[in-house]
Design a protein around this ligand. Structure first.
Ligand SMILES: Cc1cc2nc3c(=O)[nH]c(=O)nc-3n(C[C@H](O)[C@H](O)[C@H](O)COP(=O)(O)OP(=O)(O)OC[C@H]3O[C@@H](n4cnc5c(N)ncnc54)[C@H](O)[C@@H]3O)c2cc1C
Length: 344
């Protein structure tokens, strides 16, 4: 089937919005359903578009570096079409000598040029940075966006492209030719898209400090990051596998703040707002993007801790399912049916 198809998208997070946009650009008639379009993982995220430091610091992401990089490279076109601002200043890693040496070695393995920064230069780029460490490493390849602003821009651009939005849950395709299931960590549509059974939740706490300013770069440390966000900074993020209760846990928030204060000592006295989000993860750390075994159903979920980074790549695969266009070289690795049946 070519463009012109009628598509229902369930979910207005990063994956649903990017997919709706790609489908509308391909000429489809798209309706997006979401009962709570602002209360999701996409809205609380830090918005790092960070193929390099994700591959360096997250063992599950390391094998997928090229795929993550390819996803990032699709962002400039989407950002242009949707009016999303991409912050391309780069990101810094700072920490104990042995840890930073590990980061440098991992960069070499990836073939990425990390720039060694003397402490003073790092402090200039990230005002308030601790002086506890002698050096830092800068990479230019990692970018960032503002999730709240990006979601609003994507929605506005999608509406301009003809997409309609409904503030209610989707149960099936309705009168559409296709249903795109982009429901994040919510497995409520598993009967419609059996592949959702392979998703498991990973809760994340993130702290936000309005008004705090530490420059325009994300700063990565051991077990934490401090990134610009919403006119202040955010400190993230915990990884709590198997936890789907979104209630904030003061103990987790306190530990996170203490880790952030190792990077920016002034954070120790801060009184941040605490947010949580539930990520959806698959057994291999890659999203489910493509045709379900159920006829007429496409899955776009399971982006773990990189949903913003991966959104345009997932959207490309989703649109190709409907239009028969080129899904790109990574589509087979994202096939929702790759885990077979029967895992709950
Ligand atoms: C603390 C934290 C920090 C993060 N930082 C980053 C980062 O820096 N960079 C990055 O790339 N990623 C980051 N992530 C990961 C990223 O947020 C997620 O991978 C991404 O948001 C997932 O997007 P999604 O669209 O799949 O799901 P969601 O954003 O969760 O959206 C799913 C939507 O589906 C809706 N829904 C559910 N069921 C139905 C239904 N039946 N019908 C209609 N709608 C339905 C929900 O209401 C929800 O709005 C972070 C995550 C967390 C928790």
């Amino acid at each position: 089937m070519t463009g012109g198809a009628k598509v229902t998208v369930a979910g207005a997070g990063a994956l649903g919005l990017a997919s709706a946009m790609a489908l509308a650009q391909a000429g489809c008639s798209v309706s997006v359903y979401d009962p709570a379009p602002q209360a999701n993982a996409s809205a609380v995220a830090a918005g790092m578009i960070a193929p390099v430091f994700e591959a360096v610091l997250d063992p599950e992401a390391a094998p997928h570096f090229r795929l993550l990089l390819a996803a990032r490279d699709l962002w400039p076109a989407l950002a242009r079409d949707a009016g999303v601002t991409l912050e391309r200043a780069g990101a810094i890693a700072v920490g104990e000598e042995a840890w930073l040496a590990g980061v440098a070695a991992a960069l070499i393995r990836l073939g990425v040029h990390g720039i060694d920064l003397p402490r003073r230069t790092a402090e200039d780029l990230a005002p308030g940075l601790t002086n506890a460490y002698a050096t830092a490493v800068l990479v230019r390849e990692d970018w960032r966006l503002e999730p709240g602003t990006a979601m609003a821009a994507l929605r506005t651009a999608a509406e301009a492209a003809g997409v309609s939005f409904r503030t209610r849950r989707a149960l099936d395709a309705g009168d559409a030719d296709w249903l795109v299931v982009a429901t994040g960590a919510d497995r409520g549509l598993t009967e419609v898209a059996p592949e959702l059974a392979h998703l498991s939740p990973i809760k994340g706490h993130i702290l936000r400090l309005a008004g705090a300013q530490h420059g325009s770069m994300s700063v990565r440390g051991e077990g934490t990051y401090v990134a610009p966000g919403d006119g202040g900074v955010c400190v993230g993020a915990t990884m709590e596998p198997g936890v789907s209760d979104p209630t904030p846990d003061p103990a987790q928030a306190e530990r996170l703040l203490a880790r952030g204060a190792r990077l920016f000592p002034a954070l120790a006295a801060a009184r941040p707002q605490v947010f949580t989000g539930i990520r959806a993860a698959t057994p291999d750390g890659l999203p489910l993007a493509g045709l379900s075994e159920a006829p007429g159903v496409i899955v776009a979920a399971g982006a773990r801790r990189n949903g913003w980074l991966l959104a345009p790549l997932v959207a490309r695969v989703v649109a190709a399912c409907v239009t028969g266009g080129d899904p790109g070289p990574y589509a087979p690795r994202l096939d929702p049916r790759r885990f077979g049946r029967g895992i709950g």
